[in-house]
Design a protein around this ligand. Structure first.
Ligand SMILES: C[S@@+](CC[C@H](N)C(=O)[O-])C[C@H]1O[C@@H](n2cnc3c(N)ncnc32)[C@H](O)[C@@H]1O
Ligand SMILES: [Zn+2]
Length: 293
């Protein structure tokens, strides 16, 4: 198999060593193999546990992409064999319009219509999505971690030469990769855990983590690894509806970022993020956004 550009960017999530990436396996000479499914390496610390836990979800995601060929399924089965894990589905969290990029449902008209209309206009103009896209400048290599269904991946792919989309969910990685691939950047997908980033030191110009840091058990671990993965002069864009990270203080995230030796270049707060789940169910989060260097 021809060598892919992303082989030179990725590292073993366990020992940090280099990987030899082939069609079905990515190998670390010290730690052993990781599965590669549909050109997506599964670079998580315990790939056997991952394949056992998400066995059915993996096979479904492969089938959705028409990638459930015998050899590919055999890789999943080989890793999962002999492991008994509680079956889980991916933590996918997207509405159908977020996944497709189509229009959100229109909220039912009534007493709240005017207020909702103006809130939506502010969210479009001043929300976390526009904060991220406004900050983008042309760079070589961007990692989007926690890419979900790829709502932001398209904008990122228009501003970099190479884009890596990463998520714990294989289904999310497939979707984000397909959306980003409509644009000029070379795009690759990797299943990864934000707390054990499989990215070599000093390689990234930009790391984007939109609405994911609050979901992590160890956000400090993520921040430390993000800093190591950045090139000199690189930056991290983080948005989150819960900057307290469960510690009760809105300054918690900034505090951890400083401990991880980041400088807070920009901090914005109260950016409206609206999720129109249906014409009668609209969620509004007030998001904090940080640009770290
Ligand atoms: C709220 S969604 C945000 C998706 C996308 N960034 C957006 O804003 O539309 C959070 C995403 O983070 C992913 N995620 C959760 N924990 C993760 C982890 N430890 N490492 C990588 N991704 C994770 C989930 O699978 C999910 O796709
Ligand atoms: Zn290793």
């Amino acid at each position: 198999m021809k060598s892919q550009w992303w082989s030179a960017v990725l590292k073993c999530p366990r020992c940090g060593g280099g990987l030899d990436v082939g069609q079905h396996l990515a190998r670390c000479s010290a730690c052993g193999p990781y599965p590669v499914l549909g050109d997506v390496p599964l670079l998580v610390a315990d790939p056997s546990a991952y394949c056992a836990r998400f066995h059915d979800a993996i096979l479904a995601a492969l089938a959705e992409q028409d990638l459930a060929e015998r050899e590919v399924v055999a890789v999943v089965e080989a890793f999962a064999e002999g492991r008994s894990e509680l079956a889980q589905s991916f933590g996918d969290d997207w509405t159908s319009h977020e996944a497709s990029g189509g229009d959100a449902p229109v909220p039912v008209r009534g007493a709240a219509a005017k207020a909702l209309g103006s809130l939506m206009a502010v969210a479009l103009r001043e929300g976390p999505a526009s904060w991220i896209t406004r900050r983008l400048k042309p760079v070589k290599l961007t990692l989007e971690v926690g890419c979900g269904a790829g709502e932001r991946s398209e904008a990122l792919a228009q501003k970099c030469e190479r884009l890596l989309v990463g998520d714990l969910s294989l289904r999310a990685v497939f979707r984000a990769r397909a959306r980003a691939a409509r644009h000029d950047a070379e795009v690759a997908g990797v299943v990864m855990d934000a707390e054990a980033l499989p990215i070599r030191r000093g390689t990234l110009d930009l790391l984007v983590a939109e609405h994911v840091v609050d979901l992590l058990d160890e956000p400090f671990e993520f921040l430390q690894q993000a800093r190591k993965a950045l090139k000199r002069g690189g930056e991290v864009l983080i948005t989150t509806p819960e900057p307290s990270l469960g510690f009760g203080e809105d300054d918690a995230l900034v505090g951890l970022a400083s401990q991880a030796k980041f400088k807070v270049h920009e901090r914005r707060d109260g950016l409206p993020w609206l999720r129109v789940n249906s014409s009668r169910f609209v969620e509004c989060y007030l998001v904090q956004a940080l640009c770290l260097r």
